[in-house]
Design a protein around this ligand. Structure first.
Ligand code: A2P
Length: 336
């Protein structure tokens, strides 16, 4: 099998470091690794498959000779440099919000819409972390009973914001427990022992961009006019997002049948026995590849409704793993 020159943009970040780990774990055919970050990190070393590689600054020339580039350094860097990478012949899998809704760019969750990748023009986008884990679970239910409407509330971990946010939660926990004053910096308010109903920027509708991402991306990935209304919330958890999801379906779907469908679904693990205190937890999902679902129960307020609790590692399935799975799809379909 051919080996590829693979660039990871944001290689020092929470997602980038996990991308390196997952490329290694899954034995992706990396011939040469090109780890990229900001000028601040240039010259530092990263270890990949027991070999040391030097981090370079992310500049257009860094993509010369690169076959595949995984971007996770924020929307601005993707906007500026992903087209430069494509111009130089690389296929880009972008984890940012920069290109997701561009009709020329496939938005892929491999368990949901792998076929959409064939139309790529050099750029492929990863959906938002909260959207990915929700859709891995909703797709098989939609295929069975046709989902019309979704009401979702998220409980999102600070790792989604990046390494600085992980450090901020750590620091604030210590400060609060020591009875010291907290100085928020990454978030507008204290995140330790608190909950912030605010992820990304608000617009004139009163919704946040994170909430709109769930609404818009669901329609694009599922290829269906499913109505999604979301409330996205940051909680003082390090890793793994949780979601309380209510669905209304066209056809009747009992909790038992939903459980059977989900037990057979790719990438899903059903943990659902409340009588034995079995339900998904962030600490259970962290470091794992599956999306966990439980608390599957009927919504008695409507004719065809279910409530679900969905948890997944936001840095893995919500970002790095999904990007590597997309890369595997590109290679396996001969699209590189
Ligand atoms: P660096 O460590 O050099 O700042 P996180 O999401 O964990 O905060 O990580 C963000 C990632 O994006 C890091 O790898 C960071 O690199 C990278 N990054 C930030 N700013 C730039 C930039 N201007 N050019 C390239 N990479 C950047």
């Amino acid at each position: 099998m051919r080996n590829y020159t693979v660039a990871v943009v944001g290689a020092t970040g929470a997602v980038g470091q996990t991308m390196l780990k997952i490329l290694e774990e899954r034995n992706f055919p990396v011939g040469k690794l090109v780890p990229l970050a900001s000028s601040r990190s240039a010259g530092q070393q990263v270890t990949f498959k027991n070999q040391s590689f030097t981090i370079q600054e992310t500049r257009p020339e860094a993509f010369n000779g690169v076959d595949l580039a995984l971007f996770s350094a924020g929307t601005d860097i993707s906007r500026q440099l992903a087209p430069e990478a494509v111009k130089r012949g690389a296929v880009v899998v972008d984890n940012s919000n920069a290109f997701r809704m561009n009709p020329e760019v496939p938005l892929i969750v491999p368990e949901v819409n792998p076929e959409a990748i064939k139309d790529h023009k050099g750029l492929i986008a990863n959906p938002n972390c909260s959207t990915i884990q929700m859709l891995v679970v909703l797709k098989p239910l939609h295929d069975r009973a046709k989902i019309k409407r979704v009401v979702v509330s998220t409980y999102q971990a600070v790792s989604g914001t990046g390494l600085e946010a992980i450090a901020e939660l750590n620091e604030q926990c210590k400060q609060v427990l020591a009875g010291q004053q907290v100085q928020p910096s990454v978030y507008p308010y204290q995140i330790a022992f608190n909950v912030l109903p605010h992820i990304d920027v608000f617009d004139s509708t009163g919704y946040s961009l994170e909430e709109w991402k769930m609404t818009r991306e669901t329609k694009k990935v599922m290829g269906a006019d499913i109505a999604v209304t979301a409330t996205t919330v940051r909680v003082p958890v390090y890793y793994s997002h949780s979601e309380a999801v209510n669905i209304e379906t066209e056809y009747k779907l009992s909790p038992e049948e939903a459980r059977r469908v989900l037990e057979a679904a790719p990438g899903v693990s059903v943990v659902d026995d409340p009588s034995k205190l079995q339900y998904p937890l962030p600490i259970m999902a962290t470091g794992r590849d599956e999306v966990f679902v439980g608390r599957i129960r009927e919504d008695f307020t409507i004719d065809h409704g279910l409530n679900l609790w969905i948890v997944a590692d936001n840095v893995r399935k919500g970002a790095a793993l999904n990007a590597v799975q997309v890369a595997e799809l590109i290679v396996n379909k001969g699209l590189l």
